[in-house]
Structures are given as structure tokens and as C-alpha cells.
Design a binder for this molecule. Structure first.
Ligand code: 8IG
Length: 267
């Protein structure tokens, strides 16, 4: 495999520096569906651009995934890069656009990557809708991987224990769980949800794992947080829809914003 994807990320980082006037960033946050309204609490906006202003990004495909990138200065003086939306594998453009934001952020200096998402909860007995859960580990059932060729990356601690502890200093009530990723775009069948519970999954979604792998490949520390927006299919008997995801995000934006703002200020 050629290293075109890494060259493209380096080019996007150069364009990002020129367009934002920020030489180097400290932290990147990927705001998944339901999380975009929380972005305002992270800091003062320096500038905002469209992903299409930079090389290598796919235009947004889903309502509620806005496709913008915001450069922010936090209270503690850190420079943060906020991706308001992400590209998903189910869009069918392959794995490169899915991880391009993370690779660009790392090429722009970032050493911490915060990945947020909305997810189905596999443990409704203990999980409430609207609850944030720290991702402790993942099971990658996407059938894909951002790394091409025989590069063997250690994934013993994809989601930094240090960052999870730091998040729990901010909010001691935060639970942890294993995030399972499918390619989507369908939600699961009830039989698949029962399978995932047996496999040790606590959350299920269609994002995050490929970005987390790319971040670890690039040497960044990763914090993953899921917002539980629905119980997995068949666990409560109601069908799932995307609008309820956005509604849960709107309802919890203030809490998620405060959480992320405090975590970023502690980095
Ligand atoms: I939000 O129940 C959200 N995203 N695969 N399953 C999968 N993705 C999701 C779900 C869910 N809820």
C-alpha cells in the first residue's frame, strides 16, 4: 500500500494551519451525532471552516452531521480542533475518509483525541437513555481496519486509563463499557443484540473504533465517550430512529458540554 493517506493528512494539516492561523493543536474532539450541540461549551471559537475547505474530506452525508471544523481556545489556553460530525464507514467511501480527520489532527500536532458518539445501550438494566459512558475497550466488527499492510499495532489499551480516570475526577458517576462497532447502516436485529451481550459488549454503534485505531497508530492518547440514546433493538420492544438520537443530544447538550469542557481543561 502507498502512504497516500498520510500525505493527504499532512497536506490537510498545512491547509488547516493556514486557514485557522493556529500553528499547532493540542487536542482534537470528534463530535458524534447528539454531541454537536455540546461543542459550544469547549472554548472560544478562533475560526470555523467546512471540511470541504481541506483536502481529503468527504462532504457530510447525514442530517445532524454538519461537516464543519472549529478551532477553539480553551480556558486553560489549549488549542482544540473540534470536528462537528464525522464520516462513517456505511457511507461506502472506504476507511480512509473515516480516519482522515484523526490523521489530519495528529499531523497538526494533536496528542489527545476525544471520540464521542451516540450508541445503543446493551445493558438497559443499568444504563439510562441520555447517560454518557466512558469507553473502556472495543470490539471491532466493522470488518475493516484503517491500517494497510503488515503493521502490527498494540491495542492493549486503546482507550487511555489515565484519561478515563481524569474524566471520572470531573464526574465520578461516569460508568465504563465495551463499545461494539458494526458497519451499519442498519441497526441490529434482536438476535444480534443478544449475541453482543453474550460477547461482553455494553454499547453498540457504527463509528469510533476505526478512528481510535488510527489515533493509536499515530501515537495519540484516546478518550472515548458514548451517549446512550436508545436500548439495543429488541431490548424494550420499540423500533429505533435517528431523530430520537438528535433529540437526546439536544436534551443533554448542557451536561455533555460541561463534561467535555472540564475534561479538556484538565489535559
Ligand atoms: I444512536 O442501537 C445509535 N447508533 N449499530 N445500534 C447501532 N448503532 C447505533 C445504535 C444502535 N444507536
Amino acid at each position: 500500500m502507498s502512504n497516500d493517506a498520510y500525505v493527504l493528512a499532512a497536506e490537510a494539516a498545512v491547509a488547516l494551519r493556514e486557514l485557522t492561523g493556529v500553528d499547532s493543536f493540542d487536542v482534537a474532539l470528534v463530535m458524534g451525532s447528539g454531541w454537536v450541540p455540546a461543542a459550544d461549551a469547549i472554548g472560544r471559537t478562533i475560526s470555523e471552516l467546512s471540511v470541504t475547505d481541506l483536502p481529503g474530506f468527504a462532504p457530510p452525508a447525514v442530517a445532524g452531521h454538519s461537516g464543519r471544523i472549529r478551532a477553539v481556545e480553551t480556558e486553560s489556553g489549549r488549542k482544540a480542533l473540534i470536528f462537528l460530525g464525522r464520516t462513517h464507514l456505511y457511507e461506502g467511501r472506504g476507511v480512509e475518509p473515516v480516519v482522515h480527520g484523526v490523521r489530519t489532527a495528529i499531523a497538526a500536532g494533536v496528542s489527545t483525541v476525544v471520540l464521542t458518539n451516540a450508541a445503543g445501550g446493551l445493558r438497559p438494566e443499568t444504563q439510562d437513555v441520555g447517560e454518557p459512558v466512558l469507553i473502556s475497550d472495543h470490539i471491532n466488527l466493522t470488518g475493516d481496519n484503517p491500517i494497510r499492510g503488515a503493521t502490527f499495532i498494540d491495542l492493549t489499551e486503546v482507550y487511555s486509563k489515565r484519561l478515563r480516570e481524569l474524566a471520572r475526577e470531573v464526574d465520578p458517576s461516569l460508568a465504563e463499557g465495551v463499545y461494539v462497532a458494526f458497519r451499519g447502516p442498519t441497526y441490529e436485529t434482536p438476535a444480534e443484540i443478544r449475541m453482543l451481550r453474550t460477547l461482553g459488549g455494553d454499547l453498540v454503534g457504527m463509528s469510533t473504533v476505526l478512528e481510535a485505531i488510527a489515533a493509536r497508530e499515530g501515537g495519540a492518547e484516546v478518550l472515548g465517550i458514548s451517549l446512550v440514546t436508545n436500548p439495543g433493538a429488541g431490548l424494550v420492544g420499540e423500533p429505533l430512529n435517528h431523530e430520537e438520537v438528535l433529540e437526546v443530544g439536544r436534551a443533554t447538550a448542557a451536561r455533555m458540554g460541561v463534561l467535555l469542557g472540564k475534561v479538556v481543561n484538565k489535559l
